[in-house]
Write a protein that binds this ligand. Sequence first.
Ligand SMILES: NC(=O)c1ccc[n+]([C@@H]2O[C@H](COP(=O)([O-])OP(=O)(O)OC[C@H]3O[C@@H](n4cnc5c(N)ncnc54)[C@H](OP(=O)(O)O)[C@@H]3O)[C@@H](O)[C@H]2O)c1
Length: 210
Amino acid sequence: MKIGIIGAGDVAQALAKPWAQAEHSIMLSSRHPENLEELAKSLNVHFGSVKEAAQFGDILILAVSYWTVDEAIDQIRPEIEGKLVIDTTNPLKWRQGGGTERVIADHLIAGEVMQEKIPEARIAKAFTTLWTGFLRQHAHATPRVAMTLAADVEADRHLVAGLIEQVGFEPVDLGTLGESRPLDPPSPIWNVVLTANELLARVATFRATL
Ligand SMILES: NC(=O)c1ccc[n+]([C@@H]2O[C@H](COP(=O)([O-])OP(=O)(O)OC[C@H]3O[C@@H](n4cnc5c(N)ncnc54)[C@H](OP(=O)(O)O)[C@@H]3O)[C@@H](O)[C@H]2O)c1
């Protein structure tokens, strides 16, 4: 599969490495692609501008900070008609004095907000709930650590589940974007290392409070 990654930071690298090893064709991108040559070589992936990655990918991974997401979307919009965009972003900003805070209203769901921003593409949410350090530490653990996903189209959920397995995690399908509130921060599964059964129990309890 040809996967264009918008971003080349922590999340982009954590996903590009196992997917390149699984023989997908990957392109990392940034606003400064000229700086990516060495990194791309070490990961055995292509590199390019944000527009080039959006053109390259049959599917796209959105892996930029939330505060730059609108700028990134403006750059990729002409290339994404009908494509699947797997959104890894969390609607957070750094708080002065430390920590992060949510930047969308409490009643909103990040996947639905993103789908409204990019109506010409199909949004899936995945890879939002675990810090990349955990992705590296717990890949292929026994038992497998859970990774949540959501998308409105069933075939997209299957595809994303396969990509999660290739990163070494157990996919847990939370359903449609409208059902995906548990994978947004704050939630009792966000950035917690859990098996699928542990995660599903927490999701059920959390959903009962919504
Ligand atoms: N880090 C984690 O553990 C983790 C885990 C789960 C989810 N997330 C979420 O994943 C997203 C990415 O996080 P990260 O930690 O990978 O961030 P990061 O390491 O800061 O990387 C962000 C990347 O986006 C690029 N970028 C920034 N603005 C851009 C724009 N307008 N257009 C194109 N590329 C742009 C940056 O490159 P240039 O500055 O060179 O353009 C950089 O390569 C965030 O929304 C975060 O909330 C992070």
